[in-house]
Design a protein around this ligand. Sequence first.
Ligand code: ACO
Length: 323
Amino acid sequence: QIRSVVRGTGSALPERVMRNQDFEGIVETSDEWIRQRTGIVARHIAGEHETTVSLAEEAARRAIAASGLEPADIDLIVLATATPNNTFPASAVQLQHRLGIAHGFAFDLQAVCSGFVYALTTADLYLKSGMARRALVIGAETFSRILDWEDRSTCVLFGDGAGALVLEATEGAATGEDGGIIVSRLRSNGSHQSKLYVDGGPSTTGTIGKLRMEGREVFKHAVGMITDVIEDSFAAAAVTADDIDWFVPHQANRRIIDASAKKLGIAPEKVVVTVDRHGNTSAASIPLALDVAVRDGRIKRGDLVLLEAMGGGFTWGAVLIRW
Ligand code: ACO
């Protein structure tokens, strides 16, 4: 039986850091309001020459290096983004070319903030099917380009960045390892689409559009949906909250993260939090947080790691990995 084992992680952030205080001259807000409601202190904002693809490339090269591989070893790229460089070709194909890869296949996947959980699940299935052997799974976003910088209720929440992870197909008997993706659960329900959306697109307005959100409505549904899909994953894998070594949730809002962990019974010291420094980077938030916790020595081989995300659509899902 084939298992998808994590070989390495990498991440990239734009150079420019925007602190809460920097918004005080742009919209009517305060550092105190943003901190209290969201836990965000700062976020990175892409400069003119930083794009979803350039950030993805930086993160990808670091993940490939951390895996002890070369770009030529990769035969599948799944790139989760809601902010691609172009409507087409896919940012994944542009990245593939930048990495000098001309074999295998690459495509974008769009599930907004749940994009990384969807991409990881998709790559896992390709590896298990035997269609690919080494996958680069990426979440990369430049949400600053779709924000309404006059809307204080949304512009303070998001940041830009990219995170990447290399998955390798491993035959259990061949290596004796027992790590890998254990279980994934994905959900979506389009009846919630008006609560969080972008008001433009190629087939409607012909413009890129701006992000629109009913924050309170999103908040109301988030914790229930997140904990429900995680409990489903626990049941499928026959594990409990006590078995989890690290909980790496989508980093949208500190209050959602804390409430979800509490409801599940996961101890606060097992929760990886980066929303304070990164803001909400949509599909990039989980792989960015993973890379932080791997590089600072928290996540180690053999740990049981729980990922979770929820976002526009709504889409949501969870993945359990033995690291
Ligand atoms: N600064 C100061 N005041 C503000 C700001 C701001 N940046 N933004 C909104 N306000 C005001 C509002 O205008 C409102 O004023 P009013 O009472 O005079 O009308 C007041 O603050 C309260 O607004 P609410 O929207 O009700 O505030 P709430 O406590 O719900 O917090 C927030 C807003 C932080 C957006 C919260 O609803 C939230 O976190 N929602 C989850 C949304 C989320 O995280 N989405 C991310 C994308 S989805 C995902 O990734 C899961």
